[in-house]
Design a protein around this ligand. Structure first.
Ligand SMILES: Nc1ncnc2c1ncn2[C@@H]1O[C@H](COP(=O)(O)OP(=O)(O)OP(=O)(O)O)[C@@H](O)[C@H]1O
Length: 290
């Protein structure tokens, strides 16, 4: 059974504990076609949530479904895995494999059993990430950015309808980040892409929706513009540093840019997505100390 709507993934009330740590504390969200950004401070539960949706770990409670399949049953899990591409933080490279051999190995695990068709698919995904010339190179000889591309190629095998990417642009230089951005935007045109990142610019330029996770809970779920609007009326500029602001720094022009509670008559600025994020996560930290 598949859902008639655009919803690719639905999670409801997902709880996952590691011993005494509650990594996910009742997470609900749904993902449709397009790129969804997942933002959150270190330890917020982003990787855990991606692993749950990628069926790599089972939650203690709650439900997860993808394309209408219950991801927590055996047959449902298999159906989800067949539609899924997952780029984990550590892809488990074997450094003496070539790029081609690694992606081919992943393709075998993805049940592409006919050798000629599988090799054609491996060449296709390596070309898609711009690595056709390097496919015979050993992974140990590739730069960090190229290794990330190999990992992305592996995730793209079989043209999955759901792509889960855990901090794929970490450690990339600006030019490579731009290339990845272009690729993710293309990929998001006809599939659901869930992208965990610390790069608010990636979210602003790419994502249709953004989810902010903090201490295992969804703090925000909306558009990037709506996230920026969380800081409306809370960003201002002044000649001196304000005390008690969430953030305050001297800009290149010599004046201070500040986020927090502005004084009366403050010279307000247009908030960015980063300001919105800081307002959400920073305020929680000061209002609800646990
Ligand atoms: N295998 C594990 N065993 C025990 N605790 C874990 C395990 N994995 C994660 N945790 C804990 O669960 C919480 C959420 O971790 P998670 O890695 O999902 O966060 P994150 O948002 O991805 O962080 P980061 O941005 O640093 O990657 C943290 O407190 C972390 O220490």
């Amino acid at each position: 059974m598949t859902l008639a709507t655009d919803t690719a993934v639905r999670a409801d009330g997902v709880v996952l504990r590691y011993g005494r740590t509650t990594a996910l504390d009742g997470v609900s969200l749904s993902l449709g076609t397009g790129v969804t950004g997942l933002l959150g401070p270190n330890g917020a539960g982003k990787t855990t949530l991606l692993r749950v949706i990628a069926t790599a770990v089972r939650p203690d409670s709650g439900t997860v479904s993808a394309f209408g399949h219950d991801a927590l049953t055996g047959p449902g899990r298999l159906a989800v895995r067949r539609r899924l591409g997952y780029l984990p933080q550590d892809p488990g490279f074997h450094p003496s494999f070539t790029a081609f051999e690694f992606v081919d190995y992943v393709a075998i695990l993805k049940e592409l059993t006919v050798r000629s068709a599988r090799h054609a698919e491996v060449r296709r995904v390596l070309a898609q990430v711009g690595l056709d010339e390097q496919r015979g190179k050993r992974i140990r000889a590739l730069s960090g950015g190229m290794r990330q591309r190999v990992a992305l190629a592996a995730a793209l095998v079989g043209d999955p309808a759901l792509l889960i990417l855990d901090e794929p642009t970490v450690g990339l230089d600006p030019e490579q980040r731009m290339r990845f951005r272009e690729l993710f935007a293309d990929l998001g045109e006809d599939r659901a892409v869930l992208l965990s990142t610390h790069q608010t610019e990636d979210v602003m330029s790419l994502c249709r929706t953004v989810v902010v996770l903090d201490e295992g809970r969804v703090r925000f779920d909306g558009t990037p513009v709506e996230l920026a609007a969380q800081a409306a009326g809370r960003v201002w500029t002044s000649e001196t540093r304000a005390t008690g602001a969430l953030a305050s720094w001297r800009t290149g022009t010599g004046s201070y840019r500040q986020v927090g509670d502005p004084p009366l008559g403050a010279d307000l600025l247009e908030p960015t997505i980063e300001d919105g994020y800081l307002t959400l996560v920073g305020l929680r930290a000061t209002e609800d100390p646990r």
